[in-house]
Design a protein around this ligand. Structure first.
Ligand code: C2E
Ligand code: MG
Ligand code: MG
Length: 628
């Protein structure tokens, strides 16, 4: 159903309801009108009957008046004449439909009254024969005529009355039927409306759970399915298409998209109906295997690898690709994100070893135990300012040699074990929600330092590393804005460094978060650029300001032609996209020289300074101020 259908139905429903209530009002009004008519007709009929009765009484008394001449009889006659006259006047007043005929009768009766008075006079004068003539030739014929007209009128009137009653009955039946029909129609439209809303909602839900390109489940839907399956210890496969990035960049996005669609189709055809296949983002797919035997992972992985041995023919272009598959089986107490992380780590292992498949297990699990104790210690460290601190490493403008900012790097000094490298504890944090507290702590410390430097007259932009988990946390941008407001540090003094992995694992959410941060003035950099697999397509749409080329490309810059070519092309690409480019890991003057030739904007590395405690950096800032 199109999205216009519910709108149309809403309008239809509204029109019908309006028609129904309008009709009910009109029908009611007509009905009341009819009842009033019928009641009035009833009253009219009574008036006719009364008039006929009084006229007959008057007539018989007139005849009696001839025989008995006493005053009592005469009074009764006059009384009867009066009542008959009144009855006729009333009849004329009530009967609107036959008003003229009734009024005429009343008029004739009033005229006759004069004749009756004359007739009584004749009797009083003893002129009986004249009185007899008056009675027989004038009064009696007129009475008879009036009586006959009166009965006629009454008959007409009765016929009308019966007709009206019949009409009223028919109309009221008709209106009951019409109201019923309109009501049932209204119910049908209402039901249709409810149905279409439900269909629409189902459609929206399905859309929200579907990857638009491949029609497979998306990451959110996958996580939901996996969470439901967790009690059965499912196995999760993460599948990455090797070399997809090259296809996308060299053959274009159209072919890239076709490839993803076809890859998704092949994956879906290899698993059972109740296994869930999803595209996690980019060229990463996942399969949730509901089979309780963890060895099913290997079986499916072999099948997947074989399925990719057949070439892809896309728009007459033939492409050969392989996949790397990582498997992880959920252990008791693990959440979905952890299992996915494990499968992802296994996939990266498979890719690195060019093995095709790797399972997360054994020694990885021992690691997991060690990680667990590390986590407990980290939790305590988060509350201890002596354990967790920040060091700051200068970012230097290649042209002028000036300090253009610093990168905040976390330092953990364990009370017993001494310093523990971020490379060791960040990945442990990354798979738990403790990461949120850690990031918040780092941001708080960094902004406090920025504030202190501002108060001392140094405007030092600070970059903070933000992990995927934190960036993708819906609360994150709001927390950053709140911390900025609390510290009073302008948003443009803060930037976040995120890795390609964080951006690519859920690009939509990541992009939304970066836009949100940009509203607060906070810029973003892609860290370790070149080690992940962000495509050019994304680079163009990502709201970022800076690329940081990974130090693995910078270390041998002076000696390796390929590294130099890579760095040069990245710098050029960055500049075309309006980005600042930073080289990480600059350890000697030769590298600085090469960067100068290439035109790289900024450099960072031991050659300029190691990450320094805040005091040491403050001293540097003061020194720089004095020399200028
Ligand atoms: P990174 O963000 O790429 O940080 C640069 C790393 O390179 C730092 O390592 C830094 O000490 C090191 N480095 C700088 N110059 C040179 C050089 O000339 N030669 C060599 N060999 N290394 C250099 P560090 O401090 O051990 O941090 C490692 C990684 O841990 C960081 O990589 C970052 O990804 C992560 N990390 C550090 N602090 C945080 C943090 O507060 N939050 C998050 N999420 N991650 C952090
Ligand atoms: Mg960094
Ligand atoms: Mg880096």
């Amino acid at each position: 159903m199109t999205s216009r259908a519910p709108r149309l139905l809403t309008v239809l429903l509204a029109v019908m309801l309006a028609a129904l209530s309008g009709y009910a009002v009109v029908a009611n009004w007509q009905q009341a009108e009819l009842v009033r008519d019928v009641a009035a007709a009833g009253t009219d009929t009574d008036a006719y009957q009364k008039a006929a009765f009084e006229l007959t009484t008057e007539m018989s008394m007139l005849q009696g008046a001839m025989l008995e001449r006493d005053g009592e009889e005469r009074n009764q006659l006059l009384g009867a004449n009066q009542r008959a006259g009144d009855a006729m006047t009333r009849m004329a007043a009530i009967d609107q439909d036959h008003h003229e005929a009734a009024a005429d009768l009343a008029q004739r009766h009033r005229a006759l009254h004069m004749v009756v008075v004359g007739f009584l006079g004749q009797i009083d004068h003893g002129d009986d024969s004249a009185a007899m003539v008056t009675l027989e030739e004038v009064i009696e014929p007129e009475y008879t005529a009036m009586m006959s007209d009166l009965l006629n009128e009454q008959n007409h009137h009765l016929a009308d009355y019966e007709q009206q009653q019949a009409d009223s009955l028919r109309d009221s039946r008709g209106s009951v039927v019409t109201v019923l029909v309109v009501f049932v129609l209204g119910l049908i439209v209402l039901a249709g409306f409810g149905f279409s809303r439900r269909a629409h909602r189902r459609q929206v839900e399905a859309m929200a759970a579907t990857d638009r390109l491949t029609g497979l489940h998306n990451r959110a839907a996958f996580v939901e399915h996996a969470a439901r399956a967790l009690p059965d210890n499912p196995t999760v496969l993460v599948i990455n298409v090797d070399g997809f990035r090259d296809v996308n960049e060299q053959l274009g996005h159209r072919i890239g998209d076709l490839l993803l669609v076809e890859a998704g189709r092949r994956l879906a055809s290899l698993v059972r109906g109740d296994d869930v296949v999803a595209r996690l983002g980019g060229d990463e797919f996942a399969v949730l295997l509901t089979d309780r035997d963890p060895r099913i992972g290997e079986t499916i992985a072999v099948r997947l690898t074989e399925a990719f041995e057949t070439s892809f023919v896309l728009d007459e272009v033939t492409v050969d690709l392989e996949v790397s598959v990582g498997a992880a089986t959920a252990a008791a107490g693990e959440d979905v994100i952890t299992v996915l992380r494990h499968a992802d780590a296994a996939m990266h292992e498979a890719k690195q070893q060019r093995a095709g498949f790797h399972r997360f297990q054994g020694e990885d699990r021992q690691d997991a135990a060690a990680r667990l104790s590390l986590l407990g210690e980290l939790r305590r460290a988060l509350d201890d300012p002596d354990q967790l601190t920040l060091h700051y490493q200068p970012k230097i403008a290649v042209g002028s040699g000036e300090l253009v900012g610093v990168e905040a790097l976390a330092r953990w000094h364990h009370p017993a074990r001494g310093p523990i490298s971020p490379a060791e504890f960040i990945p442990v944090l990354e798979v738990t929600n403790l990461m949120h507290r850690f990031t918040e702590q780092v941001l708080t410390m960094a902004l406090r330092q920025a504030r202190a430097w501002l108060d001392a007259g140094h405007r030092v932009p600070i970059a903070v590393n933000v992990s995927a988990r934190s960036l993708l946390d819906p609360q994150f941008p709001g927390r950053v804005a709140a911390l900025l407001a609390e510290s009073g540090v302008p948003g443009d003094l803060l930037s976040v460094e995120v890795t390609e992995y964080a951006l690519m694992s859920d690009p939509d959410t990541a992009i939304a978060a970066l836009h949100h941060l940009a509203e607060a003035g906070v810029k973003a950099s892609i860290d370790d650029y070149g080690t992940g697999y962000s495509s050019m397509t994304y680079l163009k749409v990502l709201p970022i300001a800076e690329l940081k080329i990974d130090r693995s490309f910078v270390l041998d810059l002076a000696d390796s032609a390929s590294s130099r070519a890579l760095v040069a092309s990245t710098v050029e690409l960055g500049h075309r996209l309006g980005l600042t480019v930073v080289a990480e890991g600059v350890e000697d003057e030769a590298a600085v020289q090469a960067l100068r030739e290439i035109g790289c904007d900024t450099a960072q590395g031991y050659h300029f300074a190691k990450p320094l405690p805040a005091d040491a950096l403050t001293a540097r800032l003061e020194q720089a101020l004095q020399t200028t």
